[in-house]
Design a protein around this ligand. Structure first.
Ligand SMILES: Nc1ncnc2c1ncn2[C@@H]1O[C@H](COP(=O)(O)OP(=O)(O)O)[C@@H](O)[C@H]1O
Ligand SMILES: [Mg+2]
Length: 355
């Protein structure tokens, strides 16, 4: 991978081993080990994030997003593979890496509730060696930047959930780290607060050249916010591409022909340039969905022939609509394909006794 990457993961794996104790032997007062669980949370993941880039890690619940974030920030050790931040190996140079990374984990109570936002930033700034007038100035600037100007001196416990999330982001930014990791930053927040947070993420990336990793299970957040998206499913990175490219991979060459009645679709399927024909019924009438050859000349030819055939058959054409590429369809396509294997192995009663 090239040096332009501020964050790099090379073939990173994380396997969690957990033990479940389901009953206690009354006679011996010993717990019996009922089942062991091995979870392959992250499976040979490789990707990089560049300066000034918003990278989205998109995946369903349990896909391995949080584990990936924790491995980048040095909170979880990979089972194998290497993680680098600004060229530094996260395990070998942990303290140095900590200074380069600001992280907001999902649902954690980062901020100290009895303190005010300003006091929180003073506290966390000191922990991260930002001191004196620089700390004071930066704390004020950050709170104003995140729209917490009026709440600077209000106890955190009195703030709304969205305001606490904004403060958590300020805390992550207090030491001005080049890398920001945001785990599900807008989950559970109202539309307005999500909007502000998304705008601020874009602003700090574009204006300050930060490298931002956002995890989300919400494709709209990913589609709107991210320059590049990695789709993770059952620990595996199943796609990793610039957002536009990912969207154009699927469905952009699909056209809906809105008609007054359905024609003989078999005859259309054999036409040059036509890959697939599927009749459908919308609320406003019959629709023929056609997937065409990607190459422009063939696609154009196919559109002409199809409309010609429809005319010959006396079918009225109400509209031709090019289907909007949506990340949702790409996501569903990639996360429900049959190649995915279950990554959870349950070993049934081992009978082993454990204290
Ligand atoms: N500390 C842990 N111990 C055991 N299993 C874990 C631990 N952390 C995460 N997992 C498991 O790893 C998988 C991925 O979890 P996570 O990274 O939190 O997913 P996501 O953030 O995408 O929802 C899940 O199956 C989860 O149960
Ligand atoms: Mg998570």
């Amino acid at each position: 991978m090239s040096n332009s990457h501020l964050v790099e993961l090379n073939d990173v794996d994380k396997v969690f081993h957990t033990r479940h104790f389901f009953f206690k032997d009354e006679d011996t007062a010993r717990r019996r080990l009922y089942a062991k669980r091995v979870v392959h949370a992250v499976d040979r993941v490789t990707f990089g994030i560049r300066h000034g880039e918003i990278f989205g890690l998109l995946g369903p619940n349990g896909a391995g997003k949080t584990t990936t974030v924790k491995m980048i920030s040095g909170l979880v050790r990979p089972s194998s593979g290497d993680v680098f931040v600004d060229g530094l190996h996260v395990e070998r140079k942990r303290l140095k890496v900590l200074r380069k990374v600001g992280v907001v984990l999902e649902g954690t109570r980062t901020c100290v509730w009895p303190l005010t936002p300003l006091e929180n930033l003073a506290y966390f700034g000191n922990l991260k060696d930002v001191k004196g007038s620089i700390l004071k100035q930066r704390a004020r600037e950050l709170l104003i930047f995140m729209g917490l100007k009026d709440k600077m001196n209000v106890q955190v416990r009195k703030l709304s959930r969205g305001e606490k999330q904004k403060l958590a982001i300020c805390i992550a930014l207090i030491a001005d780290p080049p890398v920001i990791l945001l785990d599900e930053p807008t989950t559970g927040l109202d539309v307005q607060t999500s909007r502000v947070i998304k705008d601020k993420i874009v602003q700090m990336t574009r204006e300050q050249g930060k490298c931002v990793l956002v995890t989300t299970h919400d494709m709209h957040v990913a589609q709107e916010l991210c320059d590049r998206i990695g789709i993770i499913n059952m620990g595996q990175l199943v796609a990793c591409k610039p957002t536009e490219e990912l969207l154009s991979l699927f469905f952009d060459l699909t056209y809906e022909f809105h008609l007054d009645r359905l024609p003989d679709s078999d005859a259309l399927a054999d036409l040059p340039g036509v890959l697939e024909v599927e009749p459908a019924r919308h609320e406003d009438g019959p629709v023929l969905v056609l997937r065409l050859q990607p190459e422009l000349a063939q696609r154009s030819e196919a559109l002409y022939t199809v409309t010609g055939r429809l005319r010959e058959q006396g079918v009225l054409l109400r509209a031709i609509i090019q289907r909007q590429a949506s990340l949702e369809s790409v996501f569903l396509h990639l996360t429900t394909s049959p190649v995915d294997l279950p990554k959870v192995a349950l070993t049934q009663p081992s009978g082993a006794e454990v204290r």
